[in-house]
Ligand binder design. Sequence first.
Ligand code: DX5
Ligand code: ZN
Length: 223
Amino acid sequence: MTNYLSPSMLSIDFTKVGEQLKIIEDAGVPYIHLDVMDGVFVPNISFGIPVIQGIRKTSNMVFDAHLMIVDPERYIDQFRKAGADIINFHVEATKDPVGCIAKIKESGAKVGITVKPNTPAEVIRPYLQDVDMVLVMTVEPGFGGQKFMAEQLSKIRTLAKWKAECSFSYDIQVDGGITLENVREVLDAGANVIVAGSAVFGKEDIAGAAKAFLNILKEYEVR
Ligand code: DX5
Ligand code: ZN
């Protein structure tokens, strides 16, 4: 299985966005994770469409948008036009997950369905055949730099088990509190897309931190 690193831009130095995106892209990082928050679905506001549109001109990485907004179906086309390649929406944020999945597919982006820590995997079971990615939150969404919730590992295992049993093709993305110390646990559980915000952009040596993650991810591919 191919593993991917998706550093979260939430922890970037916003006075050096272009420069720091180039650092990770040059280090071989394939994805950039874009945390969009509306101050309603989560108690925080981050950035949105114009920022994504702006950085699209400077980066060839895969844009992995994580929408923490209510009724995400309202803005799918705009995020796609701004440059999102993958659009993750929260199942808790919409009354119509089926419609949301259809809308993302129509836009041409890959579809990711996302669950908060208190949402059981069973809630998204009916949609798994139709998505390209499942995003498992290992912190309460809203802020970077929180502590990893190890009790979410069983959800990752369940999703990996269903994937194998039913030959589903989704990637399993894990987001929140991932560090070089605990990343092996989530890979062991079956995740293959790793988000890391503070553990990459929060470090003095951003390229070094990204490369250390990439090496571990590669090591797991050959196992
Ligand atoms: C939280 C965001 C995460 C967060 C990750 O709502 O979805 O992507 O920025 O940051 P770290 O890796 O610092 O927990
Ligand atoms: Zn995120």
